[in-house]
Design a protein around this ligand. Sequence first.
Ligand SMILES: Cc1cc2nc3c(=O)[nH]c(=O)nc-3n(C[C@H](O)[C@H](O)[C@H](O)COP(=O)(O)O)c2cc1C
Length: 138
Amino acid sequence: MLIRLIYASRAKSLGPMDVKDILESSRRNNTAAGVTGALCLSNGVFLQCLEGDRVVVNALYHRILLDPRHDNPAILDFEEIIHRQFGAWSMGLVSTVADNQALFLKYSTGAQFDPYQMRPQALRAFFTELMGNTRWLA
Ligand SMILES: Cc1cc2nc3c(=O)[nH]c(=O)nc-3n(C[C@H](O)[C@H](O)[C@H](O)COP(=O)(O)O)c2cc1C
C-alpha cells in the first residue's frame, strides 16, 4: 500500500556537511527502498515528505528519528495515496534561498515558516506547489 508521511523536526547542531550527508544517504537508501520525497530546511526546521510502501516508510521514519541531527519530531500527515508526487526524486532538497521565501510564507500562519502549525491540507498543497515552483538544489 502506497502512503505519504509528512513530518517536521528541529535541526540540531547541524554542521556544514550534514545536509549534504543526509541528502547523499537519503538518495542512496531511498532509491534502493523505493522511497521518494522531498526535504525542506527553513528557519531551523526540517519538513520532510516520504512516499512509498507503508511498512518501508514506517521503518525509515523510525530510523530517521534516531538521527542526532534533529529533535522534536512530529508527524503532521499520514495518508494513503493513489500515486506519488515526487516520483522522480529519491529525495529532493528545497533550498531556503530568498526565491523560495514567498512560497514558504504563503502557507505560514505567522511571520516565520512554521510547519508544526500547518494543517494536513495546507501541507499537501504546499508540497504540490513546491513540485512546480521551487528552486531545487541538485
Ligand atoms: C531530517 C533528516 C531526514 C533524513 N532523511 C532520510 C531519508 O529520507 N532516507 C535515509 O536513508 N536517511 C535519511 N536521513 C539520514 C538517516 O538518519 C541516517 O543517517 C542514514 O539513513 C544512514 O544511512 P547509511 O547507514 O546508509 O549511512 C535523514 C536524516 C535527517 C536528520
